[in-house]
Design a protein around this ligand. Structure first.
Ligand SMILES: Cc1cc2nc3c(=O)[nH]c(=O)nc-3n(C[C@H](O)[C@H](O)[C@H](O)COP(=O)(O)OP(=O)(O)OC[C@H]3O[C@@H](n4cnc5c(N)ncnc54)[C@H](O)[C@@H]3O)c2cc1C
Length: 423
């Protein structure tokens, strides 16, 4: 039986796989993209119903195509983002095979290349790009036992408030997912407790420009590495309801109870760290620092952007911040469900090569792995802050395609004697 051969095999057809295909084609590199579900499936079905893109449509896209039928300053609903990538695949005629899962990638012994096992047979490839995303496996910290009598779900499985049982809800994590989900559940009329850890909360917009624009002109999207100590600081920003700045005081004024970082659970009692006021204060400091940097940028460049002094008004801390709850008996306060918006880990168990460290994390430099011929794409901070976002992955894919192209040229090299012999 003949085995299918491709030069470069790309695993996954989310935005990363689509970008990779575009750049491989531009470099003239024959390739195939395998996707176990459908193109951009995570955008279509893998997130909550009301999710919209966190950046406006003019920004959260690839350079080669605009969103059609949507105001460039609007935030595209998740299905529109998925449709965008389906349209993009048609535009670039990307060779994508859907419904095929890659189950194992092994290096050939004694010769270059890889043996790729899939749900549809074996493929031989010279290079493999793992474009399976940064948000693969939902992580729930082991705080509340699985068999505790309370419904627990990860934000990955949350779809809408109708899924939740009667009673109050504890949302753990106040990054973009947690805060948007908590906001939606509160608006649906439920009592909500939100556990707020360290976070940044940039203004949605300031002086007439969206946060993504400020990140761009201030060079923050291009930052090569996270600031030391900021590894556990999540970013709270929302495109919901036309986009707005995340304001924990507003949520508290609307009836949400804020608590500190969730620490432990025993005999039905959840314990929270006494860090809420600090976390809120540091979030404010981050917010104000963006305004300061923006003002300085405007002054330095003589830009004519409208003043917005009211953006600096910060309301007094609500009672739940000044007099924080450190313990909650969940049953007594009627909490019937917990939504864990606590992030994701990666799963590369199918990649049976020397490209992962002892914790299973990619060993790489800008996506070029420690195993020659194996590449990663879509990792957070792969080359810069923007790497795991729509616009950023496109640039990282270009770097990888250039690398693959260069390696192909080395491998194709023949000495002049060899060239004469080859005829
Ligand atoms: C809640 C949420 C909201 C976000 N909002 C934004 C936003 O507004 N703007 C923005 O720029 N970014 C946003 N992001 C970040 C990022 O853009 C998305 O996570 C995006 O889906 C990542 O694309 P990807 O292609 O890297 O991975 P994914 O979209 O996860 O695609 C990976 C693909 O690989 C496939 N796959 C996995 N394993 C295999 C296998 N073994 N064989 C074959 N196929 C496989 C999967 O089926 C999947 O389709 C958001 C992330 C989350 C979690």
């Amino acid at each position: 039986m003949s085995i299918e051969k491709v030069d470069t095999l790309v695993v996954g057809a989310g935005q990363a796989g689509v970008a990779m295909s575009e750049h491989l084609s531009n470099c003239g590199i024959p390739h195939l993209v395998l996707e176990r579900d459908r193109i951009a499936e995570r955008w279509r079905t893998g997130r909550w119903d009301s999710l919209v893109a966190n950046g406006p449509a003019w920004h959260d896209r690839f350079p080669g195509m605009e969103f059609s039928g949507i105001d460039p300053d609007a935030f595209a609903p998740k299905e529109r983002v998925a449709d965008y990538f389906v349209d993009y695949v048609k535009k670039i005629n990307a060779p994508i095979r859907c419904g095929v899962e890659v189950t194992a990638v092994q290096r050939n012994t004694g010769r270059p290349g890889f043996r790729v096992e899939t749900s549809d047979g074996v493929i031989k490839a010279n290079s493999v790009v793992a474009a399976t995303g940064a948000f693969q496996c939902p992580v729930i910290p082991s705080v509340v036992p699985e068999n505790a009598e309370i419904l627990q779900m990860h934000s990955n499985d949350y779809r809408n408030p109708g899924q939740l049982p009667e009673g109050a809800v504890l949302v753990v994590g106040a990054g973009s997912s947690g805060v948007q989900i908590a906001d939606e559940i509160l608006a649906a009329g439920k009592r909500v407790y939100l556990s707020v850890g360290p976070h940044d909360r940039p203004p949605r917009s300031y002086r007439g420009r969206d946060n993504v624009w400020w990140l761009g002109v201030l060079g923050k999207w291009e930052a090569a590495a996270m600031e030391p100590g900021a590894e556990h600081v999540t970013i709270s920003v929302s495109g919901a309801r036309g986009g707005h700045t995340v304001d924990f005081r507003r949520l508290a004024a609307q009836g949400m109870t804020l608590v500190g970082r969730t620490e432990s659970f025993k005999d039905g009692v959840m314990t929270f760290a006494p860090d809420l006021a600090d976390n809120i204060a540091q979030g404010d400091a981050n917010y104000l620092s963006v305004l300061d940097e923006a003002d300085a940028y405007i002054a330095r460049n003589g830009l004519d952007l409208p003043e917005e002094p009211e953006a600096r008004n910060i309301d007094p801390d609500p009672q739940c911040v000044t007099d924080p709850i450190l313990e909650l008996n969940l049953e007594e306060v009627g909490i019937a469900s917990i939504v864990w918006a606590t992030g994701f880990s990666q799963d590369y168990r199918w990649l049976k090569v020397h490209a992962l460290d002892e914790k299973g994390k990619p060993k790489h430099q800008r996506g070029v792995s420690a195993e020659p011929g194996v590449y990663f794409l879509g990792l957070p901070w792969q080359s810069r802050r923007g790497s795991s976002f729509i616009w950023g992955v496109w640039h990282d894919a270009k770097h990888l395609a250039d690398h693959i192209s260069t390696q192909r040229k080395y491998l194709a090299y023949r000495t002049s004697t060899q060239r004469k012999t080859d005829g």
